[in-house]
Each structure stands twice: as C-alpha cells, then as structure tokens.
Design a protein around this ligand. Structure first.
Ligand code: MN
Ligand code: MN
Length: 326
C-alpha cells in the first residue's frame, strides 16, 4: 500500500515537502526531518483531524527523570514505520485522516508552577479547532493539563488507562506529580471514574477512587479479549481519552522508562489491546513515560511509536466513509 511520491523532491523531508497531507510514502528511514510518521510539520489547524503534539516535560517524575527526551525518540523511531500503513488494518489511517505533527508545546521549566497552565493553554487552542490531540510525553503528569483542556469542550470523559501504576494516589491540590494526576482528574470531574477503566496495574493502591481496575494478575489470567470486553462495557459509546503509559509493558519490552515494574506485558499484548479499541469515540490519546537514556536499541521508542500509530488507526476506524484525498 506504500506509494511512491509523485516526484523525487517529495521523497525527502516529507515533513515539509509533501504536497498532500494524506498518504504514506517511502522515504529513507535514516535521513530527513523527523516529524511523527513523516506527517507535515505545521501549526496550521485548518482541516486537521489529528495533531501529534510533543510535551517534553519530566519534572513530575518520582524516580528516574528523562522523559523530556521521549517525543524526540518516538518521532525518530516512527521513521521506520512511516513508509506503509500498520499491517493489521485494511486501511491507511493517514489516508482517512489529515494527521499533522504540530511540534512541541513550549513552556519555561525554570518556572515549574506555570507549566500546567502553559500546556492547557496550548491544547485549548488546538482542541477548539476540532482537532483530536495525540500527545507524545513527557512524563504521565502531562495527561492532566491535556484533560483540563479537553474537559472544557467535551465535559467529563471516560478514561481508558494502561499502566503499571494507578496514578491515583491521594495528594493535596496543586502538586505536580506523575503518580497522582488521575486522583485529581477524578476529584475535579475531568474524567468520570464510573465510566473509566485502568488496566495492567502491578503496584499497590488500596483505593480505586471509583475507577474499574483490572490489575496485571487479572489481565494475565483472563487475556486480551476479556479485557477488551470489559473496556467496551465500561466506556460504551461515550467520549473517551486513551492514556498509554509505556511502563504498562514489561521492562523486557520497554526498559527505557522512569519507573519500570516487572511482570508486565509484551508489545504484542499492547498492540492487540489498542487494536481492540477500534470504534470507541476517542477524543484524545497519549503515549507517555518514554525515557530514552535507559533504553536499549530503541526498543522502548519503537514500542511507543508503534502504539501511537495503532492508536491513530483505532481512531480512524470510526471514519470508513472519509473520502481518500489525493
Ligand atoms: Mn503512569
Ligand atoms: Mn507507570
């Protein structure tokens, strides 16, 4: 399904030479401008369906920092995926949807207390244009300012959350911590725990705060299909946000992350789970916690780029009638 670009000039640096926002074209994987999946790098949101946005923030980590370099690593890894659509689907999500790479959110890390609002402000403008954000973290805290912006347009969302950690530990207001933001999100009504589900946990948290929790023992025992049935039952046709912390994967499949926990899942499990989200009404999604300094052979970055690509396809599955633009 890969197509050759119409002229040679388009076969390099598609991030700024492509003439159409649609389609997947071959480009040497080892060179060129590293936008996510070689999508156009632009801040223009007219007609854009999905904006891939980097949030290179990692000041909320509680263990090893380094996720600020996650967006760059995921974009680089995506170069090897960009020449053709993901194989498990019978369509190219980038032919159905106008997907851009918006670049990274700017914030001043020397004024950390201002960062959450800076992130929310940037997303508010993107979401107001009707664009669905696909965020590349950054540590997991970044989901919280994104959810605040989404809530302004969509109201309380269902959350579908893959992680080794619940990230719902109790906290006082205003703290910036990547282990507590889904506690705050529930308390503030950004997400509705009664329609939300957390999958893959292998750390102790006595309080679910109303979320449905399928921990790692449950998922290992019952498997992917049973998990997907639970997700569908919980979320139904409601608007949802899909948040994928890369430490959902076992450290064997994702060593490059700040707070790895053994006993997790394979990349195959993860891809099957994300594929199974097809048809959900996804209004935002993220892949977070990739910390390249602890990675080996880009294992973690490849996993994250692939999961992000499959999320795009799962979202695009809802739009079978979108005319293929030339
Ligand atoms: Mn997390
Ligand atoms: Mn985690």
């Amino acid at each position: 399904m890969s197509q050759q670009p119409k002229d040679a000039a388009e076969s390099l640096d598609q991030a700024f030479t492509r003439t159409s926002p649609y389609g997947s074209h071959a480009e040497p994987t080892y060179s060129g401008a590293l936008s996510f999946l070689r999508r156009r790098y632009t801040k223009e949101l007219e007609g854009v369906d999905v904006a891939v946005i980097g949030v290179p923030y990692d000041l909320a980590t509680t263990n090893r920092s380094g996720a600020r370099l996650g967006p760059r690593a995921i974009r680089a890894a995506s170069a090897s995926l960009a020449w053709c659509p993901p194989y498990a689907w019978d369509f190219d999500p980038c032919e159905r949807l106008n997907v851009i790479d918006w670049g990274d959110v700017y914030f001043d890390s020397g004024r950390p207390h201002l960062v959450p609002d800076q992130i929310t402000d940037a997303y508010r403008k993107i979401i107001a244009s009707g664009t669905v954000p696909l965020t590349l973290g950054g540590d997991h805290f970044v989901s919280y300012p994104v959810l605040r912006a989404l809530h302004e347009t969509h109201g309380p969302l269902a959350l579908v959350h893959f992680d080794a950690h619940s990230d719902t530990w109790e906290d006082s207001d205003g703290r910036i911590d990547h282990g507590t933001m889904f506690f705050h999100a529930a308390k503030q009504g950004l997400v509705d725990p009664a329609r939300s589900i957390q999958v893959g946990m292998r750390t102790h948290n006595a309080d679910t705060h109303g979320y449905q929790v399928l921990d790692a023992r449950w998922l290992h025992a019952h498997g992917v299909d049973a998990c997907l049935a639970e997700i569908r039952k919980r979320v139904g046709a409601d608007k949802c946000y899909v948040s994928f912390d890369i430490d959902f994967l076992d450290p064997a499949f994702a060593p490059g992350t700040g707070t790895p926990v053994v006993g997790g899942f394979s990349t195959h499990d993860a891809l099957q789970l994300v594929r199974g989200l097809a048809g959900l009404q996804i209004v935002g999604m993220d892949v977070v916690e990739v910390a390249p300094a602890y990675d080996h052979s880009e294992i973690t970055a490849f996993a994250a780029a692939s999961i992000a690509q499959e999320l795009l396809a799962a979202h695009a599955s809802r739009f079978p009638d979108r005319p293929r633009a030339g």
